[in-house]
Design a protein around this ligand. Structure first.
Ligand code: AMP
Ligand code: MG
Length: 477
């Protein structure tokens, strides 16, 4: 272990003094094979794990031998949740667990959690496994989102495990894998919902204290759990996350209350898609027939989920105060939308009119069906890109009358660090994208002939984009 490896198993210490522990101790599955497919060296370095040999990496992230001074046994976290607006008390970590907790170079508490590591008491009829395609898709989503400035969990490790899985949504049998993700918290809204369902108010109070201490330390005032302050922070962070998804053109796909956590960190990537255009009705999951979680309804989903979290806090604070706090969502969301779109455009915020500009800009994108990522690529740093936009494959769109007034507004904003345009990425003809056809084209050679070259090439292209934009989404501590 490097010097900066720092174990800190705070969640386990939360304990069961209230008669309702937050987890069950579980055993990892034993897999017939362990083929290392991906290790995230960039993030491993930040938590002191980059120097592990591949063998040691597999022992920890494929066989789950405990890390030094860390959890001695994995914890399957208990939670409930609203799935497509129906309450389900039978969920929980059904194919994952909390494996370790660490401090990073900024003293942030980070979790190493798994997906596909075996059955738990919450597996119901599931096999506790993750398909290799599911693992590959989660890596592609997280790498893309991080590069685009979205606060997301990181894919830390992917190991192929040599089993044959049966799935409805993939040609089966299909290959298996186990993923490890690094994230800031695993405290889902559904963790609070479960405690409220069990009427365990002491445990809710203790969990709020835990969240404040570890995730919102600025709220800490000794002897005061500051429930409203906590709820306000979660609302603000959720608004920021949804705005970042929007600005990235990303549709998460399954915005159930168990897939949102208190730090507003994007995680749990299933049927996600990037939207080709700003079509509000664009939907990611084939099973989302009504478009509940479509591109244009993600803010509504966030607000609805926050209302459920508020409900779970109802015995902890004055209900009117909680309701009033929830109403802050739309204001937070407007600010977050302006922040996120201006960041993506590489422009300096000026004032309250910025949000109006974003609304008009999005409206134009929706009406014209402009290719989403291309527009941000073409107009990065506004006035500094006029020449580049003139040479775009869709330059014709920018010459149309209906873009004229938007363009003149765009050109009035001050670019931030326009020297970023000198990077190689912006010399390319078009942006790095991750539309569904590209995802399938990366997966096909892996499935057909175990050829990972398209996957590796894509990760390199994303790294080029990340280095060019320098958004540094991990600054959201
Ligand atoms: P998700 O749709 O991935 O957010 O999962 C919703 C719930 O189903 C969670 O409780 C998961 O742990 C559980 N789950 C999903 N897939 C499986 C599986 N293959 N085996 C066991 N549990 C699963
Ligand atoms: Mg989930």
């Amino acid at each position: 272990m490097a010097e900066n490896y720092r174990a800190d198993t705070v969640f386990a210490r939360l304990g069961d003094e209230n008669g309702a522990p937050h987890y069950d101790l579980v055993e990892p599955a034993e897999f017939p094979e362990h083929i290392l497919r991906y290790r995230n060296q960039r993030w491993a370095a930040r938590v002191g794990l980059a120097s592990l040999s591949d063998d040691a990496w597999i022992r920890h992230f494929g066989r789950f031998e405990p890390l030094p001074d860390n959890l001695t046994q994995p914890l399957a976290i208990r939670y409930h949740g609203h799935q497509f607006r129906t309450y389900n008390p039978d969920i929980g970590d059904g194919r994952g667990f909390l494996y370790a907790q660490l401090r990073d170079d900024q003293d942030r508490l980070l979790d190493l959690g798994t997906k596909g590591s075996g059955q738990t008491p919450y597996s119901r009829f599931g096999d506790g496994r993750l398909t290799l395609k599911g693992g590959v898709r989660e890596i592609l989503a997280t790498e893309m989102l991080e590069a685009l400035g979205v606060y997301t969990s990181k894919s830390f490790s992917l190991i192929e495990t040599g089993e044959a899985l049966q799935r409805q949504d993939e040609p089966s049998p299909t290959r298996s894998s186990v993923l490890v993700r690094l994230s800031h918290s695993h405290v889902r809204f559904g963790v609070f919902q479960r405690l409220a369902f069990e009427k365990n108010e002491n445990a809710i109070a203790a969990l709020i204290d835990y969240c404040i201490e570890n995730y919102f330390p600025a709220l800490s005032t000794p002897g005061d759990s500051n429930v409203i302050g906590f709820y306000t922070s979660v609302i603000q962070h959720t608004a920021r996350l949804v705005a970042q998804w929007m600005a990235a053109g990303f549709v998460h796909g399954v915005l159930n209350t168990d897939n949102m956590n208190v730090t507003g960190e994007s995680f749990d990537y299933g049927p996600w898609r990037f939207a080709p255009t700003a079509d509000p009705g664009f939907t990611a999951a084939y099973f989302d027939q009504t478009g509940l979680y479509s591109f244009g309804r993600q803010a509504e989903a966030g607000a609805w989920n926050l209302a459920q979290l508020g409900g779970a806090l109802a015995q902890q604070a004055d209900v009117d105060a909680l309701n009033k706090t929830l109403q802050l969502f739309s204001g937070f969301y407007e600010t977050a939308m302006a922040d996120a779109y201006f960041e993506r455009l590489g422009l300096k915020r000026t004032g309250a009119d910025d949000f109006k500009f974003v609304v008009d800009f999005l409206k134009w994108m929706t009406e014209t069906g402009a290719p989403y990522e291309q527009v941000f690529f073409d107009w990065f740093c506004g006035a500094a890109s006029v020449d580049r936009a003139d040479h775009s494959a869709v330059a014709e769109l920018y010459q149309q009358e209906k873009f004229a007034s938007l363009k003149s507004r765009l050109l009035q904003y001050t670019p931030i660090n326009p020297e970023r345009l000198e990077s190689r990425y912006f010399q390319n003809a078009g942006p790095c994208t991750m539309l569904i056809d590209e995802v399938e084209a990366i997966w096909a050679p892996i499935a057909e002939k175990d050829d990972w070259s398209a996957f590796e090439r894509k990760l390199e292209a994303i790294a080029g984009m990340r280095d060019a934009y320098q958004f540094n989404a991990s600054r959201y501590a």
